[in-house]
Design a protein around this ligand. Structure first.
Ligand SMILES: Cc1ncc(C[n+]2csc(CCOP(=O)(O)OP(=O)(O)O)c2C)c(N)n1
Length: 624
């Protein structure tokens, strides 16, 4: 079947049976690709029938659809002209793992971060109405993404404004881990009710046709409608906030899905269709371990085992150290915004279940909650990926920094992360956190320094940000680990010709560069900056005055990071005749590809930096 399917129109000729066969083939195809390239497997296997039904009922040449998070769009990509190209999924210059408006006319909105779809779809529906258009607008959102504040803010607006649009709630009871929260409690009640079938769709249509004539009958008819609806819909929550609730419907039954989607087209108010799906559907290993197969590296299809040995990573080092510290200090608690495993908190959650809080995909709330706990003497530790910290910026400023609260903000996946691309690269955090008064900002050079910094942060009684990258530490080993002191940099090697200032992951690179320069008889001084804030001005100034020749290396944007900080210092302190070059990512969104490839493209790998330095050696010589 799949061989003949390239665009949605090809689908429209198929019978239900043929579509079911197609669904099986799509699953196999996705499994093969993701087992090679890595990617979001379980969520895609769960939406195969739903995506087929959507493309059968709607025409996305005119209708519009926004996929929340967008990690579940592989099926959509297959059905919209990108079947062959999907083999390049997440590779440099290949198909992205998320919707991209520049990749296809069928992608209407870029996503990657959770809970944005309802706002965007409502915006499109409002734009349509302002332009007197006549087409459908849909948002597909998971039960996990529905826990995000932005989704709830949008629901509030949609329901009240009565704008015609459809929300497909893809309920698989999972975020990455099992979903949590009050809304999940509501959904579980709705799930338990009778499935919506074609026959009760007809019943609902009849109910809506009961005439409302003459004043005295209005209340009576409305009461009848309401009580009949209550038979079908146990809780009126969605109806009460302005939606027509349809469902729950079996998300793996293409026929039922098509009829409920067709019905939704006829309703002029906002509609919410509650679709029940199974994460990992059709691949038993993923069905049993949906969290592990939410996002995976390459793996063996037979066994489900990863192809690459998974070494120790920063998240694990963080999680283990936190457990050790929490044993000694009962004030320590951990908060996660639905990323327990990814941020290394699984062990903590088991050992200290009463001090562990998974609060849903709600980064803003995570930081607000932390602030409240901190003000009453608890020490909250909040690991969140760098790109998702963007969500909670005002909470960091307004709730934490402004009140100088002792919250430990661990910025995981800081720097380039690779295959997830633009939305997930964590290259902005140093720049935006540096602006915030009261924050202490650190980055470790290796695992041991992360442990030392965490211990230091627990004792500091100030708001602390510790940023560390995805994956493991560098092969370059450090013998020296000076005690962490607030605002103190670490001189790793003294030298007279050039000062190399590096922070976090790039310190190891700085060391390697220094060694290579030595071979060329260039004596480099290498300083592990450790604290972006407060900066060790004294040590840095001394080094600059000695060498008058500086490079900075960082895994972040060129704007307002380490390079900017050092340039400011040179100007503010009137240090004259200094040559400085900052190695950082340009003021751009960085596409997907492997970390190594991206570092090379942006000339931040060891070889590129050395080449660049040596090409300028002549000029450097004159400054010596
Ligand atoms: C703001 C933000 N925080 C965290 C994430 C990481 N994340 C990606 S998918 C996901 C779970 C989504 O669950 P759900 O919406 O139910 O979709 P499912 O994968 O179950 O289909 C999370 C937490 C994200 N993408 N954006």
């Amino acid at each position: 079947m799949l061989e003949n399917i390239n665009f949605p129109n090809d689908l429209k000729k198929l019978s239900i049976l043929e579509k079911q066969k197609l669904a099986d083939e799509i699953r196999k195809y996705i499994l093969e690709i993701v087992s090679e390239n890595g990617g979001h497997l379980a969520s895609n296997l769960g939406v195969v029938e739903l995506t087929i039904a959507l493309h059968s009922v709607f025409d996305f040449k005119t209708d519009k659809i926004v996929w929340d998070v967008g990690h579940q769009t592989y099926v959509h990509k297959i059905l919209t002209g990108r079947k062959e190209k999907l083999k390049t999924l997440r590779k440099l210059n290949g198909i992205a793992g998320f919707p991209k408006t520049n990749e296809s006319e069928y992608d209407f909105f870029n996503t990657g971060h959770s809970s944005t779809s309802i706002s965007a779809a409502l915006g499109m529906a409002r734009a349509r109405d302002l332009k007197n258009g006549n087409y459908s607008v849909l948002a597909v959102i998971g039960d996990g993404a529905l826990t995000g504040g932005m989704a709830l803010e949008a629901l509030n607006d949609v329901g009240y404004s009565k704008t015609k649009m459809t929300i497909i709630l893809n309920d698989n009871e999972m975020s990455i881990s099992p979903n949590i929260g009050g809304l999940n409690m509501l959904l579980s009640k709705l799930r338990a009710k009778k499935m919506y079938t074609r026959s009760n769709i007809i019943m609902k249509k009849r109910i809506s046709k009961i005439p409302v004539v003459g004043k005295p009958t209005v209340k009576f008819v409305q009461a009848v409608k309401r009580s009949i609806k209550q038979l079908i819909i146990p809780k009126m929550f969605f109806e009460d906030i302005g939606f027509t609730y349809l469902g729950p419907v079996d998300g793996h039954n293409i026929e039922e899905l098509q009829s409920i989607l067709t019905l939704s087209k006829q309703i002029d108010n906002p509609v919410l269709i509650h679709v029940l799906t199974k994460k990992g559907k059709g691949y038993e290993i993923a069905e049993k371990n949906p969290d592990k197969f939410h996002a995976t590296g390459p793996f063996d299809i037979e066994t489900g085992k990863g192809k690459k040995e998974k070494g120790k990573d920063y998240s694990k080092v963080f999680g283990d150290k936190l457990v050790e510290l929490a044993k000694k200090n009962e004030k320590i608690v951990a908060i996660t915004a639905s990323m327990k495993d990814g941020t290394g908190l699984t062990k903590f959650s088991k050992e200290f279940s009463e001090r562990f809080f998974d609060i849903g995909i709600a980064e803003q709330h995570a930081l607000g909650l932390a602030a409240g706990m901190a003000i009453d003497g608890i020490i909250p530790v909040v690991p969140i990926y760098s790109s998702f910290y963007q969500r909670a910026y005002d909470q960091v400023i307004h709730d934490i920094a402004l009140q100088n609260l002792h919250v430990i903000m661990c910025v995981d996946r800081a720097g380039i992360v690779g295959a997830d691309g633009e939305t997930h690269q964590g290259i902005l955090d140093m720049a935006f956190f540096r602006l915030v008064p009261n924050l202490v900002i650190l980055a470790p050079k290796d695992f041991q320094e992360l442990e030392d910094m965490l211990e230091f942060a627990v004792n500091l009684k100030k708001p602390v940000v510790i940023r560390y990258p995805r994956g493991g530490e560098d092969k370059e080993k450090f013998e020296k680990h000076e005690k962490i002191e607030e605002g103190k940099a670490e001189i790793l090697k003294e030298g007279k010709d050039i000062s190399i200032f590096a922070i976090g992951k790039t310190v190891a690179r700085g060391m390697k560069i220094a060694k290579k320069l030595k071979e060329k008889d260039i004596d480099a001084e290498i300083i592990n900056i450790r604290f972006l804030k407060p900066l060790d001005k004294e040590t840095i100034k001394k080094s600059i005055e000695k060498t008058k020749n500086v490079i900075t290396i960082e895994d972040g944007t060129i704007i307002n990071g380490l390079g900017t900080t050092i340039k400011e210092l040179i100007v503010d302190e009137n240090i004259e005749d200094v040559k400085i070059k900052a190695y950082a990512y340009p003021d751009k969104f960085i596409q997907h590809g492997s970390v190594d490839e991206l570092e090379k493209i942006y000339h931040l790998d060891e070889e590129s930096i050395i080449k660049d330095l040596l090409e300028n050696e002549e000029e450097r010589e004159t400054l010596k």
